[in-house]
Design a protein around this ligand. Structure first.
Ligand code: TMP
Length: 204
């Protein structure tokens, strides 16, 4: 029987995480392996409602409200995540690391507060492996320009995204075994192969 890990794709805007996640979900479909795929903020019906509220360009919540909304969106996903935990492969487009990278390293929200609410919401739900996608500022801007629509979190200054990306790297350095860094400034096809090879090991 194949393993049913929880696999997360992280990275700043334009880092290619959603691209790789979509490739992997196509691959799993082709192999007829059962999996679920969600994004955060978003995923469940209620969580998607919260996503619209947070990312709407007309919203101007303060950083603590943002944190609580991201966590509210996670809280609305937990029943779905628990239902399939270890029963199906779970692919997640952003999760706990995004909250720490953006709200703590990017915006300076207290880390203990984030950790404590996350712990309360998730309890024993654990991520098995994370693909951390890195991108330089030039490529990030280039890719964002190609997007049909942008959201409230797509327009921060260069320094903010630098802090967030460094935050992601710090988190990955704490537990290197559970992370794979993808340098998305390199050839995308090569990176696809690299991700797939790791996925095959994770679900074997
Ligand atoms: P995305 O769906 O394009 O990745 O956009 C979601 C935005 O939300 C992105 O800028 C990162 C941000 N975000 C946080 O700031 N904290 C979080 O906990 C999560 C899940 C996302």
């Amino acid at each position: 029987m194949s393993r049913k890990p929880v696999i997360v794709f992280e990275g700043i805007e334009g880092s290619g995480k959603t691209h790789h996640l979509n490739k992997i979900s196509k691959y799993l479909k082709k192999r007829k392996l059962s999996f679920i795929k969600i994004r955060e903020p978003g995923g469940s019906l209620n969580s998607e409602k919260i996503r619209k509220l947070i990312l709407n360009k007309k919203s101007n919540f303060n950083k603590n409200t943002d944190l609580l909304l991201y966590l509210a969106s996670r809280s609305e996903n937990i029943n779905l995540l628990r239902k399939y935990y270890k029963k199906k492969i779970i692919l997640i487009d952003r999760f706990i690391d995004s909250t720490i990278a953006y709200q703590h390293y990017g915006m300076g929200v207290n880390l203990d507060l984030i950790n404590s609410i996350n712990k309360h919401i998730l309890s024993n739900f654990k991520v098995s492996f994370t693909f951390l996608n890195l991108v330089n500022h030039k490529n990030m801007v280039k890719r964002l320009r190609l997007r049909k629509s942008t959201n409230r979190y797509d327009n921060f200054k260069k320094n903010f995204y630098n802090k967030v990306q460094k935050g992601f790297v710090k988190l990955s350095n704490k537990n290197k075994r559970k992370y794979q860094i993808i340098d998305s400034n390199l050839d995308i096809k090569l990176n696809e192969k690299y991700v797939l090879k790791k996925i095959e090991k994770l679900i074997k």
